[in-house]
Design a protein. Sequence first.
Length: 473
Amino acid sequence: MASYETVIGLEVHAQLLTRTKVFCACSTAFGAPPNTHVCPVCLGLPGALPVLNGDAVALAVRAALAVGCSIRAASRFARKNYFYPDLPKGYQISQFDEPFAEHGHVDLEAAGRHVRILRVHMEEDAGKNIHGRGGDSIVDLNRAGTPLVEIVSEPDLRSANEAAEYLRTLRDILLFLGVNDGNLEEGSFRCDANVSIRPVGEEKLGTRVELKNINSFRFVEKAIEHEAARQEAVLTAGGRITQETRGWDEKKGTTFSLRSKEEAQDYRYFPDPDLPPLAIDEVFVARVRAESPELPRDKRARFAAELHLTPYAAEVMTQHPRVAAFFEEASMLHGDAVRVANFVQSEVLRDVTTHGLTANLPISARQLADVLALVDAGKISGKQAKEVYAKLRGTGASAADVVAEAGMAVVSDAGAIEALVRRIVEANPRQAEQLKAGKATLFGFFVGQVMKETKGSASPQVVNDVLKRVLGL
Ligand code: ADP
Ligand code: MG
Ligand code: ZN
């Protein structure tokens, strides 16, 4: 029996984070009452003319450059004709044979896969149909005309797992660029997965099935796995794959046929006569390049090389742009990035929630740097730093005030600690002798005794120094 390999090509639609729509001045804000962000242009009223939003072009170019594409000096908008209630004009303005960007790539670190990007083009989003309201379907056109980029990969992915890594990598790139908010649930980052299988060793691609509208990374993986298995069962039974569009039924855990696949000619594409060709010159591209924020992989590399984080810590500190900015600011204020990263990992991150581009950070970078500085100055212990952090969470209070109010200031008074150390040494003469004789592990025993007596409030630095002095080590 032949063994098969899975071949996947992904089409990602990402909303561009402009204030206004791509061909009119309506707001793109999410969550407004239905049909309040509309005008003659995005409603498709006769005689209304589109005017291209320059910010959308800049963000689209930024995204295309980040995935290594070359930008075409001239590209063209085309009408993609189809009929559906969420598309008031009866056509979507898209790009067809002349996209503004092409020939890029995305490299997957874990999978070690080089995924070529076929093209990136701009288009407008459709509105939203809501089915089943009192037996009717209603349509909200607030989203109609929101700018999108579509990023189309070559069929270079070989497993559901690789597809998921590709999507996460791409989502992070767009998020760090400030181009897209990465919100799968709200539909601002959407993916269609084209899946085929072929016998291992065969070069010719198999017939593809397009999986539509899968709104979570987990579902993408499951849907692709299921679809590849379904195709294998069909071929093994001597059947043939029909080219079609399928959906994912999460409850049943299966894909199901939506419609037979449309071909380009079904859409009767033609150049939009209302829009001139899109000219993007080198000066514009250079400006966009210069203004582009740092990419996640560059940030990771810099955190490791310049701030001396481990690769793992660098990865964790770059899981979200706001977390990365918080970490960097606190590192700058405090001076020791490794300590900041450790504290962020062990304490802060479990309290961080993110939503799209925003993040809920429990304390400010200033507060975090101050907590760590209090530890440096011997005013509080590392253990107390965690308590101070817990008290600071969600307040604007200063670290020093929290320490003073809680009466937490540690015993860093060497005199007081020395008296305590002498008492402990006298109470444990055998251990003291063994330590002096070279049993180094007993040092921790004495530190532990001091910490116990002071309820963890002694400055570890001072305890170390005093112990060494008293025991003559
Ligand atoms: P369409 O709009 O018809 O879906 P596109 O060119 O926009 O065409 O997208 C084609 C997508 O399908 C690309 O991502 C491409 O990599 C992928 N693809 C093409 N052929 C195959 C195949 N045999 N197996 C898997 N993916 C494929
Ligand atoms: Mg497609
Ligand atoms: Zn409008």
